[in-house]
Write a protein that binds this ligand. Structure first.
Ligand code: ATP
Length: 554
């Protein structure tokens, strides 16, 4: 398919307000996609590669602006692009606003159909771009984008190319719409598509399989060692909630660590993935060594990596973060912070997917695989609130965060935040908020950012809720400075505008109504607790949760 055709369809989809019609248009696109189906199943969501893929474009707004400015002709500079962007906030709209296909603007180098961009070419070029690394790679990336943009013949091509590169198509097509469209286009049940997506996370594979092999083919898609799936998540809940819903509760320690999914291939390697499906194997050599020593069959385990002291007692979450995702000095840090695996679930063992097995059976398999070592979560099944409370008191006394309550019969549902797993945290709830701005420090700290503007997620953006300046030492300030620097959008005197990228966990004494911030709320005495390295802005807390917490406290 020509990229211009895809862009024209995307324009139509973007203009369609009704969900059902949107799904129908996406289904038409898939039905007409030919060989490009796998790529288009991702492009409509603003993705170039499958979510689990290690390949990333790593193109930020700055590089994209540079490429648009260059492609827009000799009279346009990055400032001009930035000015237009400031008005609309949409890089696609800005790219499309430059005389596309004209004599001097974007598309000036096209000369008819022979040179027209195809979907395949866009994908291949972007795949090449993702492979660029090392010094000079930024220039290479800008050059590739420039090359693609100059070949756009329509403003729609420029619009969706620029948006695709930044990972946001803004055409109202999310994972659910793609799932439904695959079902509609190839006449297979939505449930079959949903299950295949849960175990593969690969929209391209699922769409192509639905088309070529129908429902039987979808049923043949299984978990694969080395291909992570989304983690099952928990809701907040009480012992009463659990015992009202189930005949008894499976009660486990709630570890204060970082979520991991461990994939072990007895003939190959062990790989460890974060909750965002990022490969963090290199940062956690002792977890890999442990798995290699204890597992002698193919397995996918779900659990947490925790930091422990010499006696094996848990250390606070902040300590794990010093190890998690670390790319340099791993061996040196290994001396300073000891980490261990605490596994609580088993998704696959010895060639069998266990997702549909009851939780207790999966936990038994887990204990067998890991020889009942300390790495297996302790689990009791109880319908007695007193027994559960005693278990919780022991967990807290041992330094854990609290307990998890789980339905003993429940299946493992990747990516779902259902009622089968309840988290019971006795502490005051903290908030995970996105940094959207900052202010320079004062006095001794004038060289670093010192105050951070925090925002909660809303339906389509972020709403500010407070500023945090306490709880950070010099090292943490310097670290935050480094993390935020690449995301600075604009600076005006003391204040700095920052694009959403970094999530902070903050404590506070109270949530108040307040006209000061756009959310309508303010935090009293906010204090910094940790950088939530393991969360993207999309995982940050929502304004709806802030509202619920505010209500609960009054
Ligand atoms: P989220 O609910 O989005 O995961 P969060 O990261 O702040 O939010 P919590 O709300 O504290 O996490 O609780 C859920 C998390 O607890 C799980 O994602 C998992 O990482 C962790 N966890 C610790 N121990 C267990 C356990 N035994 N079973 C399941 N999850 C556990």
């Amino acid at each position: 398919m020509q990229f211009a055709e895809f862009a024209a369809r995307a324009t139509e989809i973007e203009a369609e307000p009704a969900d059902l019609e949107t799904v129908a248009l996406v289904a038409d696109l898939f039905a007409d996609a030919g060989d490009d189906l796998p790529v288009l199943a991702r492009f409509v969501q603003g993705r170039v590669f499958p979510a689990y893929s290690e390949r990333k474009l790593d193109v930020g707004p700055r590089l994209c602006r540079e490429a648009v400015a260059r492609a827009a002709g000799p009279n346009v500079d990055a400032d001009d692009v930035e000015d237009r962007l400031a008005e609309t906030g949409d890089i696609g709209g800005v790219a499309a606003s430059y005389d596309v296909g004209g004599q001097r603007g974007l598309g000036a180098f096209t000369d008819g159909d022979d040179d027209a961009l195809s979907v395949r070419e866009v994908y291949d070029e972007l795949a090449g771009l993702a492979a660029a690394a090392g010094s000079g790679s930024e220039d290479e990336k800008v050059a590739t984008l420039f090359g693609l943009l100059t070949r756009c013949e329509t403003d729609a091509e420029a619009r969706y190319l620029a948006r695709l590169v930044l990972g946001e198509m803004r055409i109202g097509v999310g994972e659910g719409a793609v799932r439904d469209a695959v079902a509609e286009a190839f006449d297979v049940p939505i449930e079959a598509v949903a299950r295949a997506l849960q175990v593969s996370n690969d929209y391209g594979l699922v769409a192509a399989t639905a088309r070529e092999r129908g429902v039987d083919g979808l049923a043949d898609i299984h978990l694969e060692i080395g291909r992570p799936v989304k983690a099952m998540l928990a809701q907040a809940g009480s012992v009463a909630d659990a015992l009202d819903s189930w005949r008894a509760a499976a009660v486990e320690v709630k570890f204060d660590g970082a979520r991991v999914q461990l994939h072990h291939d007895p003939a190959g390697e062990t790989r460890v993935f974060s909750r965002n499906m990022e490969d963090v194997t290199a940062a956690l050599p002792e977890v890999v060594e442990f798995a290699d020593a204890h597992l002698d069959t193919a397995a996918i385990l779900d659990g947490e990596v925790v930091a422990v002291d010499e006696a094996g007692a848990p250390l606070p979450f902040q300590e794990v973060l010093r190890r998690f995702r670390r790319k340099h000095d791993v061996e040196r840090m290994r001396e300073e912070v000891r980490v261990e695996l605490r596994a609580f679930d088993c998704l696959h063992a010895a060639g069998d997917d266990l997702l549909d097995d009851p939780l207790l059976a999966r936990h038994e398999t887990l204990a067998d695989l890991l020889d009942d070592t300390d790495a297996v979560s302790e689990l009791i099944v109880s319908d007695d609130p007193e027994e559960i409370e005693a278990f919780e008191a022991r967990a807290l006394a041992a330094g854990h965060e609290g307990v998890m309550l789980k339905d003993p019969e429940s299946a493992y549902t990747p990516g779902k935040r259902g009622k089968q797993w309840l988290k019971r945290k006795p502490d005051v709830e903290t908030l995970d908020l996105v940094v959207t701005g900052a202010e320079w420090g004062e006095g001794r700290r004038a060289e670093t950012l010192g105050t951070f503007l925090l925002s909660a997620r809303t339906g389509d953006g972020y709403a500010t809720i407070g500023k945090v300046a306490t709880g950070l030492d010099d090292e943490e300030l310097a670290d935050l400075d480094d993390r935020l620097a690449p995301h600075v959008r604009d600076e005006d005197g003391q204040t700095v505008d920052i694009e959403p990228a970094v999530v902070l966990e903050v404590g506070y004494e109270e949530i108040q109504r307040s006209p000061t911030y756009s959310s309508g709320y303010a935090l009293r005495f906010p204090r910094f607790l940790a950088v939530r390295d393991d969360k993207d802005p999309a995982d940050a807390d929502t304004l709806a949760r802030v509202e619920r917490l505010a209500e609960k406290q009054s």
